[in-house]
Structure formats: structure tokens, C-alpha cells
Design a protein around this ligand. Sequence first.
Ligand SMILES: Nc1ncnc2c1ncn2[C@@H]1O[C@H](COP(=O)(O)OP(=O)(O)OP(=O)(O)O)[C@@H](O)[C@H]1O
Length: 396
Amino acid sequence: MARLVSFSTEGTIFDGAAPRPVRPAALGEPAPAALLAFEAVRKAGYEKGVQALAPFDLQVARGESVALLGPAGAGKSVVIDLVAGFLQPDDGRLLLGGEKLARQAAWRRDIGLVSGAPDLFPDMTVLDNAAFSLEARGVGRAEREDRAAAMLERWGVPPGLGARRPSELSLARQMRVAFARALVHGPAVLLLDDPLRALDGEERDSLAADLGRLRSELGLTVLHATRDAGLAFGLSDRVAVLDGGRVRQLGTPQALYDSPADPVVAALTGPCNRLPGSVVSLDGEACHVRLDCGLEAMGMAVAGPQGGPVAGGRCTLVIRPEQVAVAPLSPEEMGEDAVPARLVEARFAGDHLRLRLALGEGGELVAHRPPGLLLPPIGTEASIAWDLHAARVYQG
Ligand SMILES: Nc1ncnc2c1ncn2[C@@H]1O[C@H](COP(=O)(O)OP(=O)(O)OP(=O)(O)O)[C@@H](O)[C@H]1O
């Protein structure tokens, strides 16, 4: 019987052939004592019959940062809004520190929230904005101004800007004030609904770096909705890949990148080639595939939610571009399992060359190679190859 590389939705790696030691943190297991817990939470969508959130389970431990990664409409904001109290679940339980959140009014919840826009109060000073949640909690003026000024400084807003109105600050600075306002009262959980989406370049990188640093310094527990896999990976202990209101896979960034549960997760977690085909044969985990472009290739069979690929059945071979070797050689010269290809385009992309290659009849594949590599001339025959373990073959 074929041995399959299989996964669990927790990102746990089972490797029937050769068990690899996996660090406990790499298993993506929920840490004990969840601070925030979703238990079979459901939310109907606006459209009849559409679930904004299908039964959704997630546990976030104290001090942990979990990203919700998914495309537009995946349900990320619905998750955030349920915790913030802007939405109520139709079903299931949502617990913060063991208490049912449904019983608490939004304004009483022990949370801080930063969204994609700073949403500062335009008629209040920067300092009063940052101190707002302390005022709402009855903290006296002197103390709240001290605490707000200290939090603003942590977020890189100089004291001299405290008396300004938000509109006098750049968007990046306003976002920093929004972070300070969200955290000044020391909430149990920081909710982030794609707060970096309006920034780019240096401002975005610098705020992301500060967020990463301050989450450790302040011991923050974070739930971070984003469409950006790089941000999700860089700022989180675990990532829940959401699509259509469901968690497709939950695990550490590396588990998701190296062992995506299905081709959709592979595409959402980084660049990948998805090559459709049919399974010719299985030899243990090794899967021999006839691609729809007419060529034959090898990969590792993966047991997905619907099971593993079966001989004669449809399949998708997934390979990351950086795992594809390209050489100006014939397949015979390149070695076993090499596949003929034709270089169509080579583009400089800074730290790599992006190579577009034609495969067989109508097939196409992208490879990322280090700049300066000896390449076949554009339009000429070449070969590609990959390590068997780098290519994953899924059913369907
Ligand atoms: N208050 C609501 N009640 C019911 N359904 C909602 C509500 N808000 C959003 N939806 C629906 O839930 C689905 C997910 O929307 P959501 O805004 O959570 O997506 P998202 O993953 O945050 O996308 P984006 O990255 O574009 O913000 C959509 O089909 C949307 O129409």
C-alpha cells in the first residue's frame, strides 16, 4: 500500500517513511491555557445560504500571536469583529480569559483594536487620542497623560507631537498613534484588522518591525487579520489560513510553507506552480504524474482532506518556484526525472531571477533562480528538475 506524506490541519507532520524530528513549536500545537477561544463559532453571511464563518475553532494562548491569513472575503474581519463585539455569533462560544464574550458589551471588552485606517478623533489632540481608553476607564488626567505619552514614545511618536491634531501627522504617524491608543490600557488581546494595508515601503517595514519588537517587549497576545503571507509569517507564532469562512490549515509559518494542506493553502502562503495532471503510478510516496501538458514528472503523494492521489485519478502537482532548478542541458544530461522546458522570459527581481518556462503542449512554470546564473538563451530548449520531496502531489 502506498505510504503517503500526510498532514493534519494543525500543521503536524506525519511522514510514514522517515519520521523527522520536529521541534514541539514546529508542530503548531495550541499552547496550553488559551486566553482567547473560539468554539464552533458560526456566523451567517449577508447572502442567503452563505456562511461568513463556518464552524470556526481557534485557541490563542496568552502571549501568542496568531495571524488570520486569507484572500478578500475569507472571513477575517468577521472573526475580528466578533471578538471586538461589533458582531454577535449565531452559534458556538467565544471565550476571553474563560469568560463568555457574548455577555459583554463591546466597550467593556478587554481588547485593543487597530484597523486599516487610524480612525483617530479629529478634534482631539494626539495625546488625548492616545489617552482615550484610559479616560473612558476613569483614570485621572495626570496619570493618563503620563501613560499615553509613554505609550506614544514606545510607538515612535515624539513627545513634541502630543499637542497636535491627527490631521497634522502623516498617515504612518497616525497609525502609530492608533497602536498607542489601542494598547495604552494594557488590553488582554490586541486585534489587528490589516492595519498595515494602507502603508508601503519603508513606513510599512518600520511599523511592522516595531510591532514585532513591541509584541515581545509588552508580551502582547495578538490576533492579526491580513492578506499578506509575508506579514503573517513575520509577525506570528501560528497562522490560520482562512478561505470561505473556514480554516483550511493552522500551523507555524514554516509548517504551512513547507507542508501546505492543499494547493489553495500553497498558493495563499507563497508563490507556487500548480500543474494539473493524472497519476500514472505510486511507488510508496513517490508519485509518477502525467501532466496535462503531456510531460511526465515526479512528486511526493500528499494525503489531503479528501485523501491522497490514486493511480489513474486526477491530481495537482505543486512546486515552489525556488525549488525548480533550470539548466541549459538536455533532460538526459541534467539527470533522472529532469523535464524538458523552454525558457520564455527572464526578469530581474532583485534577489532572484524570475524565469518563465514553457512545458510541453500549453504548460507553463515559473522558477526563481539566483541572479548571475548561467541560463539557456530565451527560446531555446532547456531542462528543469526538482528534489522529489519538494514537489507535492494532491488529489484532484
Ligand atoms: N456583519 C456581517 N454579517 C454577515 N456577513 C458578513 C458581515 N460582514 C461581512 N460579511 C460577509 O462575510 C464574508 C467575509 O467577509 P470579511 O469582511 O470578513 O472578509 P475578509 O476576509 O476580512 O476580507 P478583506 O480582506 O477584503 O477584508 C463576506 O462574504 C461578507 O459579505
